[in-house]
Each structure stands twice: as C-alpha cells, then as structure tokens.
Design a protein around this ligand. Structure first.
Ligand code: F6R
Length: 261
C-alpha cells in the first residue's frame, strides 16, 4: 500500500489524474472503474481540463461505475449514472455506450448484479479502480461487516451513510434510497490498480483505521491491505490521524523515478 500525502484536494486530484493519464496513453483499451460522491471531483476536473487541452482521449476506454442506487427513476439527477455524466463523462470523449453501471431499475436485481460482474469480466477486468471512503470505512457501498470476498450485489445502506448522502437529496435522509447495488469487496480487489482519494478532516479516522488498523470487515477499506497495488492519496487533513505519516512522506519524496504511482 502506498500512501501519498498532498497539500490540497486539488493536488491529490492531480496525482490521481496523472496515473489515469498514464493508463490512457499506454493501454490500447483501458478499463476504468469510476466512483461518485465528492471525493473524486478534483480528479474529474483535472481530467476534463487535460482532455480539453488535447493531452488525453477516452475514445478507446470503457468505464464501469462502482455502485448505483436502487429504485431511482432512470435519469434521476442523483442516480450515479446521471451524476457521473454531469460531473465527468459528458465533458470528455468517452462513448456513451462505453459507460456501464449496475442497473438499479431492474425488476431482477440479482440478475442485474450477475450481469454486471460478467460485463466487467468480458471487458478484461478493471485496470484502475478509483475509490472514495465513507465515514464508516465503506468502499463502494460495502458497509461494515460486508464480506471481504463479496461480488456485485444488493446492499442496505446504514443510517450513517444515508445521513451523509442526504446533502444530495435536499438534506432529507429519508429521500436517500435504502438499497444500492455495489461492486463487492472481492470485485474491487480484482482490479489491477486501486486508487483511493480522501480529503478533509471527516476522513481522517476512517483512513487511519483502514491503513494502520487491523484487517477487519468492520472497516471495509482495510481489505485494501490485501491488494498488491493500492495507492491512497490524501490531503493533509485526511492524513492527520496517521501515526507513520513521516515515513509515508519520506517514501514518496524518495520514490525511484521509474516506479510510477
Ligand atoms: C461512491 C461510493 C462511496 C463514496 C463514499 C465517500 O460511488 O462508492 O463509497 O466514495 O461514500 O463519499 P464522498 O466522496 O461524497 O465523501
């Protein structure tokens, strides 16, 4: 696990965007895993800017959403497909047919989750999976006690997560869907490179638990300790409860040039 502490959310976003740029310019058919929520927004802004400057193209890429609410009408502004289109993919040259997400409107949710796993496998797996982290340590919508081997499936959100996400639903936690479809922890661990971005003080405790605490289903993000190529990119506030922060800073400052993020 590599921990990178940057000065600001914008700098953190730039570091993640660098890794995505490297993937886009080196792979013939890059496969991205996209997260929603506030954390990845600086990444998307950097990528849109680089696309507008002609530095990167998504024309040959495919993108898979991490999760989706169950039961929101197609096109609902807070459906994660709408969110990612509004914040990111409408501003780049990713083909609309190359954007995939779990179908939270399906009458057969179990079938939809199995179909989604097959789509990811048929694409050759995810090259780079972008993640945020919840206040309770969730990744995707794998809430505490999620199986560390889980695949895409339906989950029930905790009241904490629904309260956290109420800001997207006119501050009404009851309007936040109770159920979601989410890539499982096993699905996330199968991607070739995981990059988690976390910024702000509210992420300091879950980051310290995930990075320096024990591997436990009570902190789903701690499962990333098992992944051979995970990069955690933080701002100073999100890094503020790490005990080995001096070591992480030294390791990054002396990272060999050939060893990219
Ligand atoms: C979003 C997702 C969630 C968020 C997490 C943090 O697709 O899967 O795990 O990454 O809830 O959300 P923000 O970034 O809004 O604090």
């Amino acid at each position: 696990m590599e921990i990178i502490i940057s000065e600001s959310p914008q700098d953190a976003g730039s570091i993640v965007a660098d890794a995505i740029q490297r993937l886009l310019t080196s792979a013939t058919q890059p496969v991205l895993g996209l997260s929603t929520g506030s954390s990845p927004l600086p990444v998307y802004r950097h990528l849109i800017d680089r696309h507008e400057r002609g530095l990167i193209s998504f024309a040959d890429a495919r993108a898979f959403l991490l999760d989706e609410y169950v039961g929101l009408a197609p096109g609902h502004p807070e459906a994660y497909r709408s969110f990612i289109q509004r914040e990111f993919t409408n501003h780049i040259d990713l083909s609309p047919e190359a954007l995939f997400g779990p179908d939270g409107t399906s009458a057969d949710l179990q079938g939809a989750t199995e179909a989604y796993e097959r789509l990811i496998t048929d694409a050759g797996g995810i090259d780079l999976q972008l993640l945020g982290i919840g206040g309770d340590g969730h990744i995707g919508f794998n809430e505490p006690t999620s199986s560390l081997g889980s695949r895409t499936r339906i989950k029930t959100l905790t009241d904490t997560t629904r309260a956290d996400n109420a800001r997207f639903f006119d501050d009404d936690a009851d309007a936040v869907p109770r159920h979601v479809l989410t890539q499982g922890i096993g699905t996330i661990l199968a991607s070739r490179h995981v990059m988690l971005i976390a910024t702000g003080e509210s992420k300091a405790a879950p980051i310290a638990s995930a990075v320096e605490g024990p591997l436990t289903a009570m902190v789903p993000a701690s499962a990333l300790q098992l992944h051979p190529h995970t990069t955690i990119v933080l701002d100073e506030a999100a890094a503020s409860q790490l005990t080995l922060d001096a070591y992480y800073r030294e390791a990054y400052a002396h990272k060999p040039d050939w060893q990219h993020v």
